[in-house]
Design a protein around this ligand. Structure first.
Ligand SMILES: Cc1ncc(COP(=O)(O)O)c(C=O)c1O
Length: 428
């Protein structure tokens, strides 16, 4: 038994499943979770001293890699001055300016402590602004674990949903309409049938929690057109995609033109931060200016705000978007070549620094329903092979991978060689 095994067996006596977030338990891929002791750049070293090239990057936030020197230096200096005051701080002004600098018109932002909180607040805000109750979400999109967002489709194609988690009363989801991605006809009909009861449509700017389900621009434009006609808002959830798919945010470029944008992950630079942003006229509905209540003891604390501001500053100043696009392009191209050589059905879907390998697929799926469930067995084999070659991929085939500016061409080359070995095993 190595140290990670021992830690995990102790953890299982202390925490449900031994973890504080379910996917970390490695149930989808088997084996023992990796326990990092430290991280630097693109690498982590675990409690057993094994080094892994990391493509999880804390599930996305670490766009500059682990322990980026400038971020660490600024956070340390903030820590020295006090962890939290429950009062306004200068760092939140810096971060607000950076967040708003890429948004159109006169905008405002509110910081919270997680992506879940951001989307939960965005939906309350959309309901408050419109005075309506019904919110549409899509099968295959994840927006955090607020009660009303843990909803799955009922028996029809576009129906009011049923709770997808125990502990969520049906009354919490009765105003949630659950729609299929990539089906313009069904979605438009359902939205129009809801008519003036529709407060908002919430969608991931690029759905990236069940594979990477890049949507057709016509579909997104239809959502914008129909919601405008109905007087409903679009909440674009960019918790995962924000700052990772070029600049400005992808939903400002792909036809969604959201009324409310939610951010998380990168915006906190590795600390627990989420954000809701939108036009002044929408955001002014939040307390204390408006009647939509929202608050938080640790919201806008100086440590999170400093980590986020330092991260965005480096991103802005370093031409990171081009660099990440280059690295992503290399990975995607190399993957295509491997697939060609091995003659296997698989493809890589990529958006900026986010990538996903669709196994058992001839073309990238656009809806969760079209992901081949059996391909997850192949992913399990691939994941095990990559770990044994010192490369850490997310412990579920439904999860995307994340590049950082710390990754190099050499890392991509090494990853491609390992992938070729792993894919041979997976498809054997
Ligand atoms: C698109 C999206 N929205 C919301 C969330 C929830 O964020 P958090 O885990 O910070 O609560 C996530 C988390 O992965 C996400 O990917």
């Amino acid at each position: 038994m190595n140290r990670s095994d021992r830690l995990f067996s102790r953890a299982q006596e202390l925490m449900p499943g031994g973890v504080n977030s379910p996917v970390r338990a490695f149930r989808a891929v088997g084996g023992t979770p990796v326990y990092p002791r430290s991280g630097s750049g693109q690498f982590i070293v675990d409690e057993d001293g094994r080094e892994f090239l990391d493509y999880c990057m804390s599930w996305g936030p670490l766009i500059l890699g682990h322990a980026h020197p400038l971020v660490v230096e600024q956070v340390k200096s903030a820590v020295d001055r006090g962890l939290s005051f429950g009062m306004p701080c200068e760092a939140e002004i810096d971060l607000s300016e950076r967040v708003l600098s890429v948004l159109p018109g006169e905008s405002r932002v509110r910081f919270v402590n997680s992506g879940t909180e951001a989307v939960m607040t965005a939906i309350r805000l959309a309901r408050g602004v419109t005075g309506r109750d019904v919110v549409a979400k899509f099968t295959g999109c994840y927006h955090g674990h607020a009660d009303h967002l843990l909803v799955k489709a009922g028996s029809g194609l576009a129906t009011f949903g049923t709770a997808s988690s125990a502990g969520v009363p049906e009354s919490m989801v009765q105003d949630m309409l659950v729609l299929p991605l990539d089906n313009s006809e069904a979605v438009e009909a359902a939205l129009r049938a809801t008519g003036e009861r529709l407060a908002a449509v919430v969608i991931e700017a690029i759905p990236a929690n069940n594979g990477l389900l890049v949507q057709r621009p016509e579909f997104l434009k239809m959502l914008r057109r129909v919601t405008r006609e109905l007087g409903a808002l679009i909440v674009s959830d960019e918790v995962l995609t924000g700052y990772r798919v070029g600049a400005p945010h992808i939903s400002l470029r792909n036809g969604l033109e959201p009324d409310i944008l939610t951010l998380g992950k990168v915006v906190g630079g590795g600390m627990p931060v989420g954000a809701i942003a939108g036009s002044k006229s929408v955001m002014d509905h939040l307390a204390p200016d408006g009647p939509v209540y929202q608050a938080g003891t640790l919201s806008g604390n100086p440590i999170g705000m400093t980590a986020g501001a330092a991260t965005l500053r480096v991103l802005e100043e370093s031409g990171a978007a081009e660099r990440l696009e280059e690295l992503g392009g290399l990975l995607e191209e190399g993957f295509g070549a491997i697939v060609g050589r091995l003659g296997i059905p698989a493809c890589m879907q990529r958006a900026g620094s986010i990538f996903w390998m669709a196994l058992d697929a001839h073309e990238p799926p656009r809806s969760a329903e079209t992901i081949v469930a059996e391909s997850m067995d192949k992913y399990r084999t691939l994941h095990g092979s990559m770990l044994s070659q010192g490369i850490y991929l997310a412990p579920s085939g439904y999860e995307v991978g994340f590049l950082s500016t710390a990754h190099t061409e050499g890392d991509i080359q090494r990853t491609l060689e390992a992938l070729e070995t792993g894919l041979k095993k997976a498809y054997a």
